[in-house]
Ligand binder design. Structure first.
Ligand code: SF4
Length: 293
C-alpha cells in the first residue's frame, strides 16, 4: 500500500500535540517497500511486437513514470525490473537469463503477453520456448497478444502490490538479505515440451508414422510441401545407400581403430561414416580426373 501521511500522523503512539503534524510513525518494512515500489527501474530491452506496446506505455500518453517506473536503464546492473516483452526464442533465452543474472537484488520479472507467459501463438514451435517461467522466476503475468498499455500498467501496479506484501522481517520475502549460500544461478535447460533440433530425425519419423496411421494415432496429414521434401530425402538416401563404398578410399579419413562403416552398429555413426566414405570417394575421383587430364 502507498504511504498515507494522514494515517502516519494519526498514530496510536503518544505524540505531543504540538508535534502531531511533524512526526510520522511507520514500520521499517513499510518504509522500505515504499521506497522500492515507487522507484522501479525497468531494463531497456524488448523482444518482439509486445515491445512496441511497452514503448507506448513508457511514452507520454500513458507514461509509466507516473507510477514510479521512472527511467528504463540500458544496463542490467542498474535495473530491478525485467519486462519480458515478446516471443522468447531458444536463441534469446540464454542472453535473457544472463541479463537477469547480472541484475542486482531485489529484482523482479514481468512476463508481458502470451508469448512470454506460455509460448503464445508459437508454442511448441521448433525455436520458441514455452514461457519465460521455465527459466526465470516470473512475478507477474500480463495476458494479451499484445497486452494494451493499460494492461501492462495494471500488471506493473500488481507488482507494486506484491512488493507491498513483503516484509524485511520475513527471510522468505527477502532472501537476498539472508546469510548462507545464495540460490544457484539458473542455467537454461531444454524442457521436454520443447522440440530439440538434435532429435529432428526422430521427430520427423514420428510425424510421418502418425500421418500414415491417421485413425489409430489421431495424427494429422503432413502438408503437401512436407511430403515432397520427405520424398526427396528418401530418394536421396536410397541413392546414397546404393552407391558403392570403397574401403581403401575410406581408410584415410577414418580415425585409427574405427570400425568400418558396414560394421558400425549405431545408426548415426553409420550415417556419419557413410558420409565420410562418399566424401572420400568424390575426392579420389577428382584426384583421378586431375591425373588423367
Ligand atoms: S504475445 Fe502476440 S504481440 Fe506479444 S510478442 Fe507474442 S505474438 Fe507478438
Amino acid at each position: 500500500m502507498e504511504l498515507n501521511l494522514q494515517e502516519l500522523n494519526a498514530t496510536e503512539f503518544p505524540v505531543p500535540t504540538e508535534l502531531e503534524n511533524n512526526i510520522a510513525i511507520t514500520s521499517l518494512s513499510q518504509l522500505y517497500n515504499w521506497g522500492r515500489r515507487n522507484s522501479m527501474w525497468p531494463m531497456l530491452f524488448g523482444l518482439a511486437c509486445c515491445a512496441i506496446e511497452m514503448i507506448a506505455t513508457a511514452s507520454s500518453r500513458f507514461d509509466f513514470s507516473r507510477f514510479g517506473f521512472e527511467v528504463m536503464r540500458a544496463t542490467p546492473r542498474q535495473a530491478d525490473l525485467m519486462i519480458v516483452s515478446g516471443t522468447v526464442t531458444k536463441k534469446m533465452v540464454v542472453p535473457i537469463v544472463r541479463l537477469y543474472n547480472q541484475m542486482p537484488e531485489p529484482k523482479y520479472v514481468l512476463a508481458m503477453g502470451a508469448c512470454a507467459s506460455g509460448g503464445g501463438p508459437f508454442k511448441e514451435g521448433y525455436n520458441v520456448v514455452s514461457g519465460m517461467d521455465k527459466y526465470l522466476p516470473v512475478d507477474v503475468y500480463v495476458p494479451g497478444c499484445p497486452p494494451t498499455p493499460q494492461a501492462l500498467l495494471y500488471g506493473m501496479i500488481a507488482l507494486q502490490r506484491k512488493i507491498d506484501g513483503q516484509s524485511i522481517a520475513n527471510g522468505d520475502d527477502v532472501p537476498w538479505y539472508g546469510v548462507g549460500t545464495a540460490e544457484a544461478t539458473p542455467v537454461p535447460v531444454l524442457g521436454p515440451d520443447i522440440i530439440d533440433p538434435r532429435q529432428m530425425d526422430m521427430i520427423r519419423r514420428q510425424a510421418e508414422a502418425s500421418a500414415r496411421d491417421l485413425d489409430r494415432l489421431g495424427g494429422r496429414e503432413l502438408p503437401a510441401a512436407t511430403q515432397l521434401v520427405a520424398a526427396k530425402v528418401e530418394t536421396r538416401e536410397t541413392a546414397a545407400e546404393a552407391e558403392p563404398i570403397d574401403d581403401d578410399a575410406l581408410s584415410f579419413v577414418l580415425p585409427a581403430g574405427a570400425a568400418p562403416w558396414a560394421e558400425a552398429e549405431d545408426i548415426r555413426e553409420k550415417r556419419r561414416l557413410r558420409a565420410l566414405a562418399r566424401k572420400a570417394l568424390r575426392a579420389s575421383r577428382r584426384a583421378a580426373a586431375v591425373e588423367e587430364g
